[in-house]
Design a protein around this ligand. Sequence first.
Ligand code: SAM
Ligand code: SF4
Length: 330
Amino acid sequence: MVLKDNHGRAINYLRLAVTDRCNLRCFYCMPEEGIDWLSRKDLMTYEEMMRACSLLVKMGIQKIRITGGEPFVRKDIMSLLEGLAGLQGLDELTVTTNGVVTAPLVPDLKKLGIKSVNLSLDTLDRNRFFAITHRDELPAVMETMDQLLRHGIEVKINAVVMEGKNIGDIIPLVELTKDLPVSVRFIEEMPFNGGDKHYTNLTWDHVQILKTIKDRFPAIEKIKDPAYSTSYNYNIPGHKGSVGIIAAYTRSFCGTCNRIRITPQGILKTCLYDAGVFNVKDLMRQSCNDEELAASFLIALGKRTKDGWEAEQQRNLLTGTHESMAAIGG
Ligand code: SAM
Ligand code: SF4
């Protein structure tokens, strides 16, 4: 079954955020003191997540990414992953993690058939890692990367590019691709930091990031982007890995956007920049049946905004206080 939105875009990818809690405090995601954490009763239970996912897979979702907050700080997360891995019709199950407590779980991820993991890593320098995340956890993250590669799991590194924080890390991160078969993806910083800092233009956009890489590696060449890719992908001749740039703030990929999100409290977002369409968990707790739930998903997809700019305009994001990415599910 093919699920489509009102603009004719196929919708086959769900990003499910399982918690808003985290063991890091990345500067661009949440304040050092954290955010107002959701209470347990406001979180979707694993049973509710399984019900929503199994229905969405029947409706046409083929890929699910588990994210958060940090997914591996939620108790018994492996049982949810196990359940999802067994869903008939789901082609791909993936995870985005900061890698702090992930290394010992890598063999189990491999057993579940997880083929690719996104690992967030903004710097290879321990002091700067501390300055960005407020925690001294770089060795644990590097251990996770090592374990993933040893187990033959594809590693995509997500690095948010931040003026004044890690510009000097762009080239060292690109250099990682020389000997390691990793894809290093640089992400434009988005205004989802859980505080009131916001901006109307971005110095380090995808053009500036690519220019910086090209100045150092003039032989860099464009490679084909996979279907629905949000990154522009490149290879440097002789390097084992690849480099990607995600124009997350510029939003140049909305025309082919195939994804929806469910936040930790169960809010369906049909665009990262929207305010949420309806609460899946609340509907389930009001005893709706699967037909009614499916109908609500279809209604939501039938009024999806054209792009992130329209969604943001509707939400008037630029004048409000910004959510944390951990509460949305990055
Ligand atoms: N805790 C996990 C992690 O960090 O990988 C998963 C959740 S995190 C919110 C998912 C992704 O969102 C991370 O790669 C992170 O770098 C990215 N992210 C968070 N806040 C962001 C922001 N303000 N702009 C761009 N990317 C952001
Ligand atoms: Fe935590 Fe991920 Fe947000 Fe960093 S980006 S604070 S690791 S949820």
